[in-house]
Design a protein around this ligand. Structure first.
Ligand code: 1HN
Length: 348
């Protein structure tokens, strides 16, 4: 805006007078408020699993899971300091549960996913039904459902938590409560829901509607199912130039994203493959499941190794280069953006 000196002075005087009335001029901030394209405050970042794990295990010596309620190190984006956010809409954390520990039952408005990184045999119980967690399993705890965790195995268990905390905060819509008992009473044998809804089938009679919400029955997507599916796809399908071989996790109730605010997928990039450049409005959290490679984000190279975690904010150009076969898990707020008609991508 080009303004004459005296006009500027008079406007500044006006702003100063209005300020106590909580009135501010749109014309001074319009260009900043309505951007021609996204300019995320979030930064591109990678967390080395080994470094984060070291700190998490040290926290494990100092505070119990029960004391902490959830023993988690937040992966906080440097561009969003103090917001407990990895991208403006989403949260990420690394949770540790040691042998014999429990994390008590609670429920809240926020939706969560767990992606197992280490250990075998701990569980998440959802409304009293356990999902036994194995490496690289995806487990959901959708909003409003009671959940507790326990580790009856003899190994530490570490998983990535992905939640829509900043989204719920944005809408000022957070409710939470604790169960009076530490663990929910068992309502079904482990794996019951997976057997009924995890194979493109659903019960004809003996509906679980009294126990599982009809709109969101399935909450366990085992590695033992998704990994062979990805392999079969890689053997038979032509590789997508932007994504590699990619499969999205679905809610069997409606064929849509796993939860109302969060989408998740896995992909396999064959050794030597380099993706075409792509950008999308859903800032995305990636986890390396296996292999090594490089992420080139806006021309900046980030080395990727097993279990590393990387965030690529909205509208950053991403090229992935696979040194070996590279398998990635990813989650984003695409599900929420599509509902709001905001989602866009650009594939070069
Ligand atoms: C939560 O419920 C869990 O259940 C983990 O494991 C992390 C962070 C904020 C709010 C709720 C869990 C969380 C959380």
């Amino acid at each position: 805006m080009v303004l004459a000196n005296d006009q500027r002075a008079q406007l500044e005087a006006l702003y100063a007078e209005m300020l106590p009335e909580h009135l501010t001029p749109l014309w001074e901030s319009l260009a900043e408020l309505v951007r021609p394209q996204p300019r995320s405050p979030a930064r591109v970042q990678r967390w080395s699993y080994d470094v984060a794990r070291g700190y998490l295990l040290r926290a494990g010596d100092l505070i119990s899971a029960e004391q902490a309620e959830r023993r988690v190190l937040i992966l906080e984006n440097a561009g969003l300091a103090g917001q407990s956010a990895i991208v403006p809409s989403l949260y990420a954390g690394l949770q540790l549960i040691l042998p014999g520990e429990i994390a008590p039952s609670h429920r809240h408005s926020q939706c969560a996913l767990r992606f197992v990184l280490e250990g075998d045999g701990a569980f998440t119980a959802l409304d009293g039904e356990k999902a036994i967690m194995r490496p690289f399993d995806l487990v959901l705890t959708p909003g409003g459902q009671w959940h507790d965790h326990g580790n009856p195995s003899d190994q530490p268990m570490i998983w990535l938590d992905g939640l829509d905390i900043p989204t719920v905060r944005h809408f000022d819509a957070s409710f939470a409560e604790h169960l009076s008992e530490k663990a929910h009473k068992e309502t079904a044998p482990p794996g019951d829901t997976l057997a009924r809804y995890g194979h493109n089938m659903r019960p004809m009679r003996g509906s679980t509607a009294d126990r599982r919400p009809v709109h969101q029955p399935l909450f366990h997507y085992p590695y033992a199912q998704w990994r062979p599916a990805l392999d079969a796809m890689a053997r038979s399908a032509e590789v997508d130039p932007h994504l590699g071989h990619a499969l999205e996790f679905l809610n069997p109730a409606d064929g849509g994203a796993i939860m109302p605010t969060i989408s998740a997928h896995v992909r396999l990039l064959p050794a030597g493959f380099e993706t075409r450049p792509r950008r999308s409005t859903d800032g995305t959290v990636f986890v390396v499941v296996e292999g090594t490679g490089t992420a080139r984000v806006e021309g900046q190279d980030i080395a990727l190794g097993p279990r590393d975690i990387m965030v690529v904010p909205s509208w950053h150009e991403l090229v992935l280069l696979a040194a070996t076969d590279l398998v990635l898990f990813a989650y984003s707020d695409k599900a929420a953006q599509e509902k709001l008609n905001l989602y866009k991508e650009m594939n070069e």
